[in-house]
Design a binder for this molecule. Sequence first.
Ligand SMILES: Nc1ncnc2c1ncn2[C@@H]1O[C@H](COP(=O)(O)OP(=O)(O)OP(=O)(O)O)[C@@H](O)[C@H]1O
Length: 227
Amino acid sequence: MSDLILKAEGLKKTYTSGPQAVTVWEGVDLEVYAGDSVAIVGASGSGKTSLLNVLGGLDTVDAGEVQICGQKLSALSEQQVTQLRNQDVGFVYQFHHLLPEFSALENVMMPLLLGGMSRQQAKVQASESLARLKLKERIDHKPAELSGGERQRTAIARALVTRPKLVMMDEPTGNLDQGTAAEVEALMAELRTEVDTAFITVTHDQSLAKRMNRVYVLTDGRLQLSD
Ligand SMILES: Nc1ncnc2c1ncn2[C@@H]1O[C@H](COP(=O)(O)OP(=O)(O)OP(=O)(O)O)[C@@H](O)[C@H]1O
């Protein structure tokens, strides 16, 4: 059996707005192994993004526990969670979260520099990653000077450039044409083979979901394995 990269047990998420507490989901269990790929699908508002945020340590839960690479997130300080995320987890968010004052190249170099890589090597590696996603001619552009799809590809390059153990993606191919979406999937496959990266992907794209090892559906506040 491959290494267990992520283990979630008994997760529950509640939002309070005003006097009302609303449970988004509960009793959520999930295990993701090295080289694994998992899709999470579900209707708008079913809690997919909230779940991804919790699994990646960006948000807390009301009950349950998330472990990444054997470490319980609740037992770590905020600084340790940030460090674990920088080292082992790549994120592709729905709204990209690129740093507006930096170029595409600098945005992709950032996680490598945070990991202690030299500027020169980070530049080489980030350039390669951007070139793979057909952004060679755009590396000096700032996010505001990129199209929506180009911003998305930059965010994907940034998430994958460190070759992390776990990648969380929220609608990774939503804005992309078929050719570019296929290139993103080829990059994912390469990382799975070469470094056993595990992927958790939230998507409305049924065909992308079907190409993952397992598909889970968030429905009525529960995460269920789909057949
Ligand atoms: N910070 C918050 N405060 C209160 N309610 C929230 C908050 N964030 C999300 N919610 C609510 O939790 C529910 C789940 O939201 P979430 O964004 O996780 O859904 P989703 O399945 O990703 O939706 P979509 O497919 O539309 O992106 C929604 O009903 C939303 O209104």
